[in-house]
Write a protein that binds this ligand. Sequence first.
Ligand code: FE2
Ligand code: FE2
Length: 191
Amino acid sequence: MAEAGTLHDAFIDELRDSYDGEKQLTKALAKLAKTATSPRLRETFAAHLEETQGQIERLEQVFELMEEKARGKHCDGIAGIVEEGKSIMAEDFDETTMDACLIAAGQRAEHYEMAAYGTLVAWAQAMGHSEAAKLLQQTLDEEKAADKKLSALAEGGINQGAADAAHADAEEEPVAAASSAPKRSLKANRR
Ligand SMILES: [Fe+2]
Ligand SMILES: [Fe+2]
């Protein structure tokens, strides 16, 4: 009978999941940057794309520390988030609304990554892999900072710009339709 897997095995498995997820995200971030209209949003996605390339190298260092070959295992979670992002980009939204939606899509990915790296750091610490924990913490900090930056952009004008455009349309609609408009406000960016 095969021996039961340990937390160390689960840790290596999660590393492979994140390694694949980061690779998927480098492609997705390039598309988000290309689709964004706000120059600051484009820059934010482009900067995080560069950071993500560094995160891939950092994971390779962790694999090396664990004396494991660096290889990915398909990350279904990020794949799903990337698919949703693609659907959003295929929509015919006005520019500012699209920017608000790109932020929402980006933040879904950042939160997934924050959960993944939070676990990886905790497990590495629990098992005494302090060097690996330190490297993974650096990535966790970058993911948190990227999420905060996206919130700041959403709350610093993009959401309001999109909301103003939505309300301008609503005024032209019959009263019954206009009265339901405020219910459509996006709550996703509030953290
Ligand atoms: Fe990442
Ligand atoms: Fe990220």
